[in-house]
Design a protein around this ligand. Structure first.
Ligand code: PLP
Length: 433
């Protein structure tokens, strides 16, 4: 890339009004208009005869995503370098724009990752902290959050303090969680690191209310001492109908291969514009502007988070470049509709589970305090035994990978009321003795 080529192409930045379409055999199909939930289900190639209630771990691809991946794959297989050359400057911008439309944020605030774990690692490793700074986190977070924080603190010298947000998940309240954070903030606290929906218990934390507590604490601090709010959002993302402004955190990491039903091996990391200086890139970006800056052709002070924080190197591009199709598909169905359907099926499941004497439901029933993860125990059986027994009945459940483990069923928009009823009957049949 030389100065002439750079200047010729510099209109391709995210801010440009229009982008050329991907140069390819033909555009992949756009999502069909929403018809019924059965129509949505038929867009998946899920194995028939099974009840798939663990898409929260790793999703199947709906048709528009599958077709886009296939189109890119064919092009790469036919002429990888030419296809990459023709599209590398724009393909990721297309995805950032789709993410921005879904999240209702500036696409420059979005970096693309390969997973929630990668986003968490980039977020926590990149934080500009020093010895004496404190990271306030909880005892309910995923392995990937705990380890990313430990790795980061071992390098920057910050300390980590973990607090309990609730003792009994089934009885958790928003006030209890908000108060726990409010009373734990100290002068040294610079980061609050939490998880939106705990995959350990299914509890949904009140992120907006906690963001307000942090904003109130920041009102009395100078900018050097500002507290930043980092969230692992993966199990609310694609369930709750939110915007980044509405949620109110500064940083948000989420995989898009779970509830968003995006390509496996994709995710996003959001950084609010007025907070993004707190995160330094970890892996060099291959974006057009980041390269331009390295070649002294683009001013460093114009680089955005989106320019610099998407890890570069060559990737499984057929997946990354198809993520826009998942966001478009979600929006065609409608974010509110997705939220209501997921809530409807989960509420039905939980109401059934809590009626069973041999079952202990650990997730709150309230939609304010839960999303789509439902954790429970069955008397006399370990979580793995529950999962194995449900698998014998062709129901895919999962056990939570935590020190205290529970069985989980996580109905999503691919499931039906009949499937929830069948799953409940199967659990009824697990009564021991
Ligand atoms: C709360 C939470 N965070 C992070 C992860 C890791 O997600 P990923 O596989 O996208 O890295 C998981 C796994 O399901 C999870 O439950």
């Amino acid at each position: 890339m030389d100065r002439r080529r750079f200047l010729q192409n510099s209109g391709l930045a995210i801010g440009a009004a229009t982008l050329p379409a991907l140069k390819s055999l033909g555009a992949p199909p756009t999502a069909p208009a929403f018809g019924t939930w059965q129509d949505i289900r038929t867009q998946f190639q899920l194995r028939p005869g099974k009840i798939h209630m663990s898409q929260m771990l790793l999703a199947s691809h709906p048709e528009p995503v599958r077709r886009a991946i296939e189109m890119h794959r064919q092009e790469f297989d036919q002429d990888a370098v030419a296809y990459w050359e023709a599209n590398w400057q724009t393909a990721e911008i297309v995805v950032q724009k789709a993410a921005g439309a879904y999240l209702q944020c500036d696409p420059n605030e979005v970096a693309l990752t390969d997973s929630t774990s990668m986003g968490l690692a980039m977020m926590y490793s990149g934080l500009v902290l020093k010895p004496g700074d404190e990271i306030l986190t909880s005892t309910h977070d995923h392995y990937a959050t705990e380890k990313s924080l430990e790795f980061a603190a071992s390098r920057n010298g910050a300390s980590i303090r973990r607090i309990v947000l609730y003792k009994d998940p089934s009885q958790a309240t928003a006030d209890e969680m908000v108060s726990a954070v409010r009373s734990a903030i100290r002068p040294a606290t610079r980061i609050v690191a939490l998880t939106w929906v705990h995959s350990s218990t299914g509890v949904k934390t009140p992120i907006r209310a906690i963001a307000d507590v942090i904003a109130a604490a920041n009102a009395g601090r100078d900018s050097q001492a500002r507290i930043y709010f980092c969230v692992d959002g993966v199990h609310g993302f694609g369930v709750d109908d939110i915007t980044m402004g509405g949620l109110g955190c500064d940083f948000f990491a989420a995989g898009t291969h779970k509830w968003i039903f995006g390509p496996r091996g994709t995710g996003i990391l959001f950084a609010r514009k007025d907070a993004s200086h707190m995160i330094r890139p970890v892996i060099p970006a291959f974006s057009f502007n980041a390269y331009g800056e390295w070649l002294n052709l683009y001013p460093a002070d114009k680089l955005t988070f989106g320019d610099t924080c998407t890890p570069g190197g060559f990737h499984s591009f057929e997946h990354r470049w198809s993520l826009n199709k998942a966001f478009e598909w979600q929006m065609t169905i409608g974010k509110e509709r997705v939220q209501n359907r997921t809530r409807q099926l989960s509420t039905m499941l939980k109401n059934g589970l809590r009626e069973m004497k041999h079952v202990k439901l650990h997730t709150p029933v309230s939609v304010e305090l839960s999303a789509g993860i439902n954790c429970f125990e069955v008397n006399g059986l370990t979580p793995d035994q529950v999962v194995a027994k449900l698998a014998q009945k062709n129901i895919t459940a999962s056990s939570s990978p935590y020190k205290t483990s529970y069985a989980r069923l996580t109905p999503s928009i691919v499931n039906t009321e009949e499937e929830v009823t069948t799953a409940l009957k199967a659990i009824e049949g697990l009564k021991v003795g």
